[in-house]
Design a protein around this ligand. Sequence first.
Ligand SMILES: [Zn+2]
Length: 343
Amino acid sequence: MMAFLVSAMLPTRVFAINASDRYRSPRNPERKIRSSTELIVLHTTEAAEHGSLVKLCDRGEAHFCVTEEGRVYRIVDRDREAFHAGRSMWNGREDVDKFSIGIECVGYHDKPMPMAQIEAIKTLVKELQSMYRLSDDKVVCHSHVAYGAPNRWHRQKHRGRKRCGMLFAMPSVRAQLGLKKRPAYDADVRAKRLVVGDDYLRKVLYGNIDTMKSSYKDKSRSADDKTGIFSWLKWRGSETKAPAKSATKTTAAKPAAKTAAKTATAAKPKATLHSVTPPQTKQELIMRGYKIKGSVSKDTTAAKIAGPKWNSPDTYYTIRDKVIPGNKIDPAHIEKGMFIWMR
Ligand SMILES: [Zn+2]
């Protein structure tokens, strides 16, 4: 009797996500109902909140969008297809939009996000995982599934068209999201359906590159930094300063020997890659012997200017006051007017 009462009182599962419909897309009625849901694909908008929401809504390019303050917007109804993954393949199946949910997160593929946003993404992903019975390794980022058509640098279809959402493959970020597993390998590369087009990205997705470690390393620290705003501000501050050794200062309270040992091990991997901090300003580029090789325009692509070294860590892109090394640049965000520096 009791069991009957309880089940009679419980309606079919209620969608618990607290999401706003303010940017619900007018494209909804024209989108097909999705026949299956096998992946959750995380994206980064690579742009500020307002413009991102307007564009996503207008084009119906995601199911949800999560802002830096942790607000969730519903864009396309979750049972319909949203156009979020573009040219994509996973496990031999093309057009990932047909079997996935897409979540856009306001922010950048290589920058930490505030804890309020991480918490909101975590809640949303958990809810969707339980709704569609998806294990942790079914939560992927756009760069896992996007692929590029053959071009002058890659004669074959290749993984690495985008670095979108790349941080969500990093262990430190996944730990914050409560995700215990990630895809262990790229089945499409293994089966030779695709080749690797971006080796740095491959190491992020499947190897041990984790550039978010210092932002998210200590979960207990969030006791006095609930919003994560301090680590976020620290990152923002580090954009203008050389990030080099400031981190060791904050651990001054620890015994000196321990700190020294820590610094030594922490510095090790860096030293093998670049023995010095990469240049942060145009002045530093000039001082280190870099010269402008050209500027990106409508018919002058980065590949035309820099050749196969367009994504080398020794090639730099500048625009306004930003200096971006080639191995950090997202090909989708190489803008007109960017200068390319080489030596
Ligand atoms: Zn994306």
